[in-house]
Ligand binder design. Structure first.
Ligand code: HEC
Ligand code: HEC
Length: 271
């Protein structure tokens, strides 16, 4: 999608309720989130914190007030004045939980992870790509949003997950990937055909208490955390923090994860 389309979409939100998009209130949250396949993820030792660059933080304050405050709020808690109309809700930075990371489940993202999110935005949500504000502003505001959560002062991001080279994508690999999909119960959330309509869907809520839907593999190749085969591999191994989408780093070998990447290519339905 073109940047301009996103900016227009965001402005629509900033200027009034998004009647065009027909937002519906999320269904009532159930008492507990079901995470049928969530394995226990061992937490590696935290890395030392990286001191914030005060000059960047200072410049980033202005960038934030201009471009981000309407959604993410003056206190970074995701309660900007447009937030009430958005689903999913703008992120609450005070929790320091980030969906797209190269780092293991539960870790802070690297600075490069944050920069990537800011440059490309999140497809299928109101989080726009920010390439238009320029690289320096993106870097400054990335530094500034770290001031909202004490966690950034206490620890640094863990080492990124290692992605081994991709083996051949052939019929045999795709067939093995189908078994990996079955063994890890992906269909409980993503559905038998990958449509995002698994049996657990009505019970899925995110860490902020909102109903959340799994990704639909049949429709689009526009994922939040990237669209290359390596991005997919990384997503299984890091999980999507703050959501019921777990990390499979402890239950899948690298070879199995690559087979699964290849199987997922078969779920896309051609328009
Ligand atoms: C029009 C509303 C809107 C504006 C303006 C906006 N965001 Fe967001 N942002 C969102 C929404 C909605 C999400 C949550 C999407 C999700 O959880 O799937 C989000 C999520 C994020 C995330 C979380 C990424 C992750 O990996 O979890 C970051 C970081 C972020 N925004 C930074 C910014 C910054 C910096 C700005 C200003 C330059 C900005 N946003 C402006 C709506 C907005
Ligand atoms: C407990 C439910 C659950 C299970 C089990 C689950 N997922 Fe997910 N998955 C989700 C949810 C919810 C999202 C949406 C997260 C979001 O949009 O913030 C998601 C998103 C994804 C995404 C897209 C991330 C992005 O970048 O937008 C991929 C890829 C994915 N899942 C793959 C898998 C695979 C492969 C399996 C099995 C190995 C699996 N999931 C098992 C709930 C689940």
């Amino acid at each position: 999608m073109k940047t301009s389309t996103w900016i227009v979409a965001s402005l629509t939100v900033l200027l009034g309720p998004p009647t065009a998009r027909g937002q519906e209130p999320p269904p009532p949250a159930p008492a507990e989130a079901a995470s049928p396949a969530a394995p226990e993820v061992a937490q590696p030792a935290a890395s030392p914190p990286v001191p914030l660059d005060t000059a960047m933080v200072k410049r980033g304050t202005g960038v934030y007030k201009r471009y981000c405050v309407s959604c993410h709020g003056p206190h970074g808690d995701g309660r900007g004045y447009s937030a009430q109309w958005l689903d999913p809700r703008p992120r609450d930075f005070t929790s320091a939980i980030f969906k797209c990371r190269s780092t293991p489940s539960g870790s802070l993202p690297t600075n490069d992870d944050l920069l990537r999110t800011l440059r490309v935005g999140f497809y299928h949500t109101y989080m726009p790509p920010w390439e238009v504000i320029g690289d320096r502003s993106i870097r400054d505001v990335a530094e500034y949003i770290k001031t909202f959560a004490p966690k950034w002062k206490e620890e640094g991001p863990q080492a990124p997950v290692v992605i081994p080279p991709e083996p051949a994508d052939d019929q045999a690999s795709r067939a093995r990937g189908k078994t990996v999909w079955g063994n890890n119960q992906c269909e409980k959330c993503h559905g038998a055909t990958g449509k995002g309509d698994g049996a657990s869907v009505p019970t899925l809520i995110d860490d902020w208490g909102n109903h959340i839907v799994p990704y639909d593999f049949t429709k689009s190749d526009s994922r939040k955390c990237g669209n290359t085969p390596a991005d997919l591999y990384r997503t299984f191994m890091t999980g999507v923090n703050g959501t019921p989408m777990p990390s499979f780093a402890d239950s899948m070998t690298p070879a199995e994860a690559w087979d699964l990447v290849h199987f997922l290519q078969t779920l896309r339905q051609k328009d």
